[in-house]
Design a protein around this ligand. Structure first.
Ligand code: FES
Length: 973
């Protein structure tokens, strides 16, 4: 039988063009379209039909092209995003997605727009519910769908010929007492309206208005994302590219006795097969962190032992993905299966198999008990505080192994350039760490490696890990050919990273309603490897004991290996878990003491200027620095939240309900950080062009957060131009200056500080040159605004004049500067989260009626982008609270490793999520900014648990609160 598939001639219309092609009728439409160069059609679930990223219109109906065989399209009409508007002539839907801030990473955007287009074709005035239903087949992990729904409403109005008002968040000023402010009626949500609200910004009187900073300017990358340009890693493929595939372990714990790859190598089309026998054994950690990476370095690119199902065994490069996958099946691996342990308490019991028995890993605290780190930190005298307390309260809380579930899987393409340097084009949050960390693994010097980060289709911490870059590089080095490797969706679960599962035990001493002592005993499950084991759990201890900052505090932590896929960095980074636990315990204590929980918290929460007692002892993986809060609005955020929800009135009324249908309201407070104090560093380069525009070169990585845009806004503000005159390029280790990357909520604060410093320097150079042009002795009194440099006596030159003069005429030089920024403080953003629920006490059915976050992230640089972070964060935290967890069978296989079994929120099941900003002016931040990305996940779980308790009387201390757990609790109630 021929190895070539039988071809069939098909006729169809593609984006308005008649096409007649000879194709394999069994090929999927998704493959055909991408091979045809229509890169707006994405793949997020490996052809399972679970994610909707590949949605196109087939005869005007949205369908998932991964599920459509070419044989089914004869005579039909196919439409992809490429058929819609262009950058100069956007379709109203594309324009609305851009204007409303509905695009974050943009990976889902083409599919969302097409689904919306089909709806509006059928129904020109769809209701909100109809829009949500129409979008429900396309997942989005970034946005919480709030702005997407609004974008579709807006576009449908435009398409009906209606005038729509500018999409601008409302700003209100407040004075001494924020409680006196009357919020616009909609923010009280009294009328049962559930439609998305624009974010509201509350600004203290006297805070200076700026021209570019503080505006919801369109994201600098939004047009290319809305028009489906090929901007992601896999959208541009080098000629002659091979396809890589990864063989993973089917066993939770086993020694590799032998591997025979001869059959795989003989398969036609296979170029190389690599196992641990073929690569040098170099120990490292996969976490992309600053030098030196925290110990233990317990992994090798390919090892002779596997420690979890999904662990790396061998890699293959072949002419096609199908051949590469087939070759994997031909590799014979002889395993000696070892006993395994999946539960972290059992793993540390002393009676469990030893997961890391190798001799060449340094830095494991107690390998025999699988304890990778044992941490202890103490301030004051906790035991005396417990002894002298009026009462001591204890609580145990458990949190799940949540998956990042970003829509774009990990993907990487490697090749040698014309200078024989290795280019690594990869979807990473940490390009500079990738370059440094893979260098010894692949045996090439750093100078021979160039890492390019294109647009990233979401990361949330998961792409702070170096998971494919070393493997793909090995394949390119072995074959001399470009190679692509991409995780399947299942591998995202089994071979990727996740949130740390934690067991959290708090003990609090309370005297006169003050928390005088605190003890946090934490067990963190790091899975099979210790990447981020130290830092995530240490941050959990620090934030979890600093929110109420008891003067006598103790942290005891064991981070434990299990034979499960490793945990890693994940938005919230430990703080989320501990803040959940302490915020529920504080509520439990208030209930037991019969005191007002808000007042109780207020007496105790961290105050302005107060020394954070554990800041020095619990730095992030090293000794920290003394810190106190220089800006905070916890008080104001809580006050606004109480008012916007009518908290006290509802709380009282709900406590008296007796029918089956109950209601509940709950609140929590939260703090986070802005970068890692004393460690994170970012740099920025700004260069003036002939026409007075600027290039902003940054190593920072925008993974959908909008950081490229807010950094451009900061530069524009300082340089007297609009954002359209700042051309942002990020990131390429050959051309952009160093940045530690996107993690630890550091980009706005750390990288933003570098941008402001570089812009200041460029501004100074512009002034000096303008002074020469204007024949003035000094330049100190010059003003730069609206692209003009003006003297007090009315003379002026333009930025273009200065550029042309400095480049071509007078004292010729390039006006350009590079500046670096780091900080010995990590100012916490602060906030309050409110949740409202309806609970059926008989059936256990629950509806979340509203989430409201009131947040202080310093000065809000771009309100729509910041609101997008808050909304998306709330949606992720909602999943963490309600149903997201990773489940294993007894042999260590994940039983929910697809989006069909690992549920994510969809457009039609997220509750209304509202955001109110209370601006502060952080003295150490660029333009007073702090961070927003991570605090947004910290408060949802406790606010919801407290609301459910208010409704049902039940405490849920073990997340997620699945329907099963609710039913069990009702039975035992
Ligand atoms: Fe929807 Fe990122 S914007 S997945």
């Amino acid at each position: 039988m021929s190895q070539y598939p039988k071809m069939t001639e098909l006729k169809f219309t593609l984006n308005g063009d008649e096409r007649k092609v000879e194709v394999n009728p069994n090929e999927t439409l998704l493959n055909f379209l991408r091979e045809d160069g229509l890169m707006s059609v994405k793949s997020g679930c490996g052809g399972q039909g679970d994610c909707g990223m590949c949605t196109i219109l087939l005869n005007n109906k949205p369908v998932q092209s991964c599920l459509v065989k070419m044989s089914a399209i004869n005579g039909k009409s196919i439409e992809t995003l490429e058929s819609m508007g262009t950058a100069d002539n956007l379709h109203p839907l594309q324009a609305a997605f851009i204007e409303t801030g509905a695009i974050q990473c943009g990976f889902c955007t083409p599919a969302q727009i097409l689904a919306a287009k089909s709806l509006i074709q059928k129904n020109s005035n769809p209701s909100e519910a109809e829009i949500r239903k129409a979008l429900s087949g396309v997942l989005c992990r970034c946005t919480g769908y709030v702005r997407i729904v609004d974008a579709v409403t807006r576009a449908s109005a435009v398409m009906r010929g209606k005038e729509v008002p500018p999409y601008i968040p409302q700003e209100m000023k407040f004075g001494e007492n924020i409680g006196e402010i009357n919020l616009p009626e909609a923010y009280y949500r009294k009328d049962g309206n559930k439609a998305p609200l624009l974010p509201l910004i509350l600004t203290p009187n006297g805070m200076k208005q700026l021209s570019e900073v503080g505006k919801s300017v369109k994201k600098v990358d939004s047009v290319k994302l809305a028009t489906g340009k090929p901007v992601f890693t896999d959208d541009v493929q080098p000629d002659g590219m091979l396809y890589g595939a990864l063989l993973t372990s089917p066993h939770a714990h086993a020694k590799i006795i032998d591997i025979n790859v001869s059959k795989a190598k003989q398969l036609p089309g296979v170029h190389t097969v690599i196992t641990h026998k073929d690569v040098q054994r170099v120990k490292y950690a996969t976490g992309g962190q600053s030098f030196p990476q925290p110990l233990p370095h317990d992994q090798a690119s390919l090892d002779n032992k596997v420690r979890h199902v999904g662990d790396r065994v061998a890699i293959v490069a072949a002419e096609t993905q199908e051949i590469a996958n087939k070759a994997l099946q031909l590799i014979d691996v002889e395993y000696e299966i070892l006993p395994h342990v999946l539960n972290c308490e059992l793993a540390m019991s002393g009676n469990a198999p030893i997961i890391h028995d190798e001799e060449d890993t340094e830095g494991i605290y107690d390998a025999a008990r699988n304890i990778v780190h044992h941490l202890e930190a103490e301030v004051g005298e906790p035991d005396i505080a417990f002894k002298n307390a009026d009462a001591v309260f204890e609580g145990e809380y458990r949190t799940p192994k949540q998956q990042h579930a970003q829509m774009e899987p990990h993907v990487c393409i490697t090749y040698f350039d014309e200078d024989n340097r290795l280019v690594v084009r990869t979807s990473t949050q940490v390009p500079f760490h990738v370059r440094r960390i893979i260098s010894p693994l692949i045996g090439l010097p750093i100078k021979q490696i160039r890492v390019i980060k294109p647009r990233i289709g979401g990361g949330f911490g998961g792409k702070q890990e170096i998971l494919l870059e070393d493997l793909c590089s090995h394949l390119t080095i072995a074959t001399g050919r470009p190679v692509k490797m991409e995780y399947t969706r299942s591998q995202e679960f089994t071979s990727g990273r996740s949130r740390h599962r934690q067991i959290i035990r708090y003990k609090l001493a309370v005297k006169d309603e003050y928390v005088t002592g605190a003890e946090l005993k934490l067990i963190g499950d790091t899975g099979a490897y210790g990447t981020h084991a130290l830092t995530v759990n240490m941050v959990g201890g620090f934030k979890g004991l600093t929110l109420y900052n008891a003067p006598n505090s103790r942290f005891i932590c064991d981070v434990v290996y299990t034979n499960t896929p490793p945990a890693g960095a994940y938005r919230g980074y430990g703080a989320m878990q501990e803040e959940f636990a302490i915020e529920v315990l504080m509520e439990e204590i208030a209930e037991k003491l019969k005191i007002n929980v808000v007042e109780f918290k207020k007496k105790n929460w961290l105050k302005l200027g107060e020394l954070m007692h554990l800041a020095r002892k619990l730095g992030e993986g090293r000794e920290g620095y003394d810190q106190s809060m220089a800006s905070t609005a916890i008080d104001e955020c809580v006050t606004v939240g109480l008012k916007a929800t009518d908290y006290y009135k509802k709380r009282k009324a709900y406590s008296n309900e007796s029918s089956d249908i109950r209601h509940g309201i709950g609140m929590s407070i939260m703090i986070h950080g802005s970068g890692i104090a004393g460690l994170d560093m970012g740099a920025a380069t700004i260069k003036l062009n002939d026409d007075g525009s600027f290039n902003l070169l940054i190593g920072a990585t925008d993974l959908g957060t909008g950081s490229d845009t807010i950094l451009a806004q900061m530069a524009a503000e300082k340089l007297g131009v609009g954002v359209e005159d700042i051309i942002v390029y990020s990131s390429d280790t050959d051309f952009t200056p160093f940045d530690k990357g996107a993690y630890a909520s550091s980009t706005t604060y750390i990288s933003g500080g570098a941008v402001v410093k570089a812009a200041n320097k460029v501004r100074e150079m512009i002034f000096k040159h303008a002074a020469k042009m204007l024949r003035r002795k000094n330049h100190q009194d010059l003003i730069l605004e609206n692209k003009l440099i003006k003297t007090p006596d009315g003379k002026q030159v333009s930025l273009e004049d200065v550029a042309l003069s400095s480049l071509h005429q007078l004292d010729q030089h390039q006006i350009m500067a590079t500046e670096s920024n780091m900080s010995y403080v990590s100012p916490p953003p602060t906030g309050a989260q409110f949740a409202e629920v309806t609970f059926n006490k008989k059936t256990g059915e629950m509806q979340i009626d509203r989430l409201l976050m009131i947040v202080d992230c310093g000065r809000v640089i771009n309100p729509l982008a910041a609101a997008g972070q808050a909304e998306g964060g709330m949606a992720q935290a909602l999943g963490f609270t309600m149903f997201e967890d990773t489940y294993f069978d007894d042999e260590g296989h994940i039983t929910n490793d697809q989006f069909s079994t690992y549920k994510l929120y969809k457009a039609d099941d997220v509750p209304p999520m509202d955001v109110i900003f209370v601006q502060t002016d952080e003295p150490t931040g660029p333009y007073g900014a702090k961070s927003i990305a991570e605090i947004s996940v910290d408060g949802v779980a406790p606010a919801l648990v407290n609301a459910i308790h208010n409704a049902s009387g039940i405490w849920f201390r073990d997340l997620p609160i699945t329907q099963d757990k609710i039913l069990k609790s009702l039975k035992s109630d």
